[in-house]
Design a protein around this ligand. Structure first.
Ligand code: ADP
Ligand code: MG
Length: 713
């Protein structure tokens, strides 16, 4: 209640009335620090969520139900009402009307403070009550008859941590008053883009004068907002270009393609049972060229599920190995890493490549042997999970690191892979880095996130694939779906049945912990389907995240070998798993999955020439969002289009998962709506870095903080 009282009163000034200087550590008791606001720029960029209009007084007679207003009126009576709920009722009047103010929480002194005859200024939402208009818990204060009204709109800031609006308003105004705002953008650019100056934009956002289009401010389409978003994107794009420039100045071992037909990569191509597609050849060529350079490659290979990224990675590995270096491939799950191992060893071992395995569930002796071979340079290609970045792993001469499903890993994990190479090279040369992703990233997002890396894209899948036919069913038709599964299984076809996630336990927890409700659910479904399949019930397998890795691998192997025909699974089969003979996928509670995830799952079928089908079972109630997702999935098999749709529906954070860093950095711009702005920011970033390094540095420090010299190569 104190806070409400303080509405018109003078809130305490922030401890320093001068603008806080950047970088000065403040104590936790500092309200600003509690909100992460330290420097004057922090305050300047802490922008209002919305505004209230206190510029006009509304006569009581003109109050409307449900509308907030500011009223100036004289107290008629202030009564304490006893009863079930104690309350203070203050009746006020202006020339033409009467209004009742009701307080359920109040200090005893208020009754005296709001004594009859006192003039009050009151802000609150009017309500049509039983006895005329009323306001419950309005903000009010005793005032003089001629007390001035604010001339502009009053900002409402994101608050919290016990820091109230009055304090924020004062502190922000104080910070802005002392803030020098040189504009990093040249006049010509501002004119061309029709952007206001930075100082003007900030002034308007924090204190919009009367007459400002508040709706445009609140939905962030006002030019002042455009300017702020642009500046944020500009900083982000500049930081990435600086990172790219720094990478160009670092060193890597050149891994040139060995000339002639004897080159390992060429022998691999000759031995493949298929022809590479045009896209695969292009991507492979881009990677080959990068590897030959003495600067570290940092390239993302993206392609829809089943587009054939693995063989492109194998060609890169072959080139590195041929040049006398080791290559490591890291995958996010045991299941996926095992599949890579099988595939890569199958292709490369016949050509004389020594392949080693480093997994989470590896026996002690096997692991020790693998570690020795890796350290002694007796293994050329090392495939594994996170195990490959453990401390004990020492490479003899790491030349290339490949990370599959890179978005499943944190930045730190990718960096430690790079550090592994540095550790072993003994000089300042780092390995080349190839990352792969089957979550196609819309162009805007790729630019925002990966402006510092190069992207190769496999746009079309190998020929001979039949597009998956997708149908949506209400859960009430589950029996019909089970019947369909039964028919297919009896015809010798293979089927996936996917249940919502059982939280994938970290490796060490696999044996412990009590099974969750979802686990019981996936097990119950398995039992149910076994029963439904009768004599063929023994052809049903179960895999989920809580199984031991070895057990998971066994079940998968059975399924790959077609000894199992129905695999009941959670999303552990989401990434990369490749069983070309599976032709039906049923997804239960499809409404609980994200669009990209559903697309990933569906990509597990339709990998062979056989017609494949995906049945999405949903349960009511279905949100509009879920309905939109299922419809999009039914109507499209294009991963890029779906990723774009997902971005629109859910925003980038959801699409990429929480681990993806770099996104939190965008506070104001929204990649769903600001794609065009991002493109412009990218161009301006190049120009500014080249033409005005001082302005560029200032801008980077403002947005990304001092302490990092972004421009230092
Ligand atoms: P992803 O891009 O999802 O990792 P994979 O690399 O697992 O896809 O490839 C999917 C399947 O397509 C694999 O069985 C692979 O051997 C096969 N494949 C890859 N390239 C071709 C090609 N050019 N022609 C035919 N089949 C291919
Ligand atoms: Mg893959």
């Amino acid at each position: 209640m104190k806070q409400r009282l303080a509405f018109y009163a003078s809130p305490p000034m922030p401890r320093t009335t001068r603008s806080p200087s950047p970088g000065t550590p403040r104590s936790k008791s500092d309200p600003g620090a509690r909100l992460g606001l330290v420097s004057a720029w922090d305050f300047a960029l802490h922008l209002p969520l919305h505004y209230i209009d206190e510029t006009r007084l509304t006569p009581i007679a003109a109050l409307r139900d449900g509308v907030s207003a500011v009223v100036q009126a004289t107290v008629r009576s202030a009564e304490l009402m006893a009863g079930r709920r104690r309350q203070l009722r203050v009746r006020v009047t202006d020339d033409a009307g009467e209004l009742e103010l009701r307080f359920f929480h109040f200090y005893p002194g208020w009754q005296r403070q709001y004594a009859p005859g006192k003039l009050l200024r009151i802000r609150g939402e009017a309500r049509a009550g039983l006895f005329g208009m009323e306001m419950v818990h309005p903000a009010c204060q005793v005032c003089e008859a001629d007390a001035p009204l604010p001339r502009g709109f009053t900002p409402v800031y994101p608050a919290g941590a016990g820091v109230g609006q009055p304090w924020l308003r004062r502190a922000t105004a104080a910070a802005l008053a002392h803030l020098d705002v040189p504009d990093p953008l040249p006049e010509a650019v501002r004119k061309r883009m029709r952007l206001p100056g930075l100082g003007a934009a900030l002034a308007l956002l924090h204190a919009p004068p009367a007459g400002t289009n508040i709706a445009a401010l609140e939905d962030r389409t006002h030019p002042a907002w455009t300017r702020i978003k642009f500046d944020e994107l500009l900083a982000q794009q500049m930081a990435q270009q600086c990172a790219r420039a720094r990478r160009q100045s670092r060193h890597a071992c050149p891994l040139p393609l060995v000339p002639g037909a004897g080159a390992l990569a060429r022998r691999l191509i000759a031995a493949l049972p298929f022809e590479l597609t045009h896209d695969q050849r292009c991507c492979a060529a881009e990677i080959a060229a990068d590897l030959a350079r003495a600067q570290p490659m940092h390239r993302l290979l993206q392609g829809d599920v089943g587009s054939g990224k693995t063989v492109v990675a194998a060609l890169a590995a072959a080139q590195a190995i041929d040049a006398g270096f080791q290559c490591v491939l890291m995958a996010p799950t045991d299941l996926l890493a095992t599949q890579h191992l099988g595939k890569l060893a199958g292709w490369l071992e016949p050509l004389g490549v020594r392949v080693a395995w480093l997994g989470g569930s590896q026996g002690r002796a096997a692991k020790a042997l693998a570690l020795t071979q890796v350290a002694a340079g007796e293994a050329d290609l090392i495939v594994g999970t996170h195990a490959v970045i453990q401390d004990r792993v020492r490479f003899a001469r790491l030349g290339l690191a490949i990370v599959d499903e890179q978005h499943r890993f944190g930045v730190a994990q990718r960096l430690s892979l790079r550090a592994k190479g540095l550790e072993t090279a003994g000089d300042a040369r780092e390995p080349h880095l190839l990352t792969m992703s089957a979550t196609p990233i819309p162009r805007t997002l790729a630019m925002a996130l990966y402006g510092d890396l190069d992207v190769s894209t496999i746009a079309s899948a190998p020929p001979g694939r039949t597009p998956v036919r997708t149908r949506v069913f209400a859960a009430s038709r589950r029996d019909a779906v089970i019947e369909r599964v039964r028919t297919l299984v009896s015809e010798g076809r293979q089927v996936y049945w996917v249940c919502p996630l059982v939280e994938e336990a970290p490796e060490r927890d696999i044996t412990g912990g009590s099974p969750s409700a979802e686990l019981r659910n996936v097990e119950a479904t398995c039992t149910e389907l076994r029963a439904a399949l009768g004599a063929q019930g023994n052809l049903v397998g179960l895999v989920h995240g809580r199984l031991r890795a070895t057990r998971k691998a066994e079940v998968m192997a059975e399924f790959v070998a077609a000894r199992l025909r129905l695999l009941v699974a959670t999303t552990v089969i989401e990434v990369g798993v490749d069983v070309p003979t599976a032709s039906l996928m049923v997804i239960e509670h499809a409404e609980r999955f994200g669009l990209s995830q559903l697309h990933q799952l569906r990509g597990r079928v339709g990998r062979g020439a056989m017609a494949a089908e995906c049945l999405l079972l949903f349960s009511e109630p279905l949100s509009d969002m879920a309905r939109a997702r299922l419809r999009a999935l039914r109507d499209s098999t294009d991963g890029f289009a779906l990723a774009q749709k997902d971005l629109e529906l859910r925003g980038p954070g959801e699409l990429l998962g929480q681990r993806q860093s770099g996104l939190q950095a965008l506070r104001h711009a929204d990649l769903r709506t600001d794609a065009a702005l991002l493109e412009q920011a990218r161009e301006v970033a190049v120009d500014l870095l080249r033409d005005d390094p001082a302005a560029a540095r200032m801008h980077l420090e403002r947005w990304l903080g001092a302490g990092t010299d972004w421009l230092a190569a």
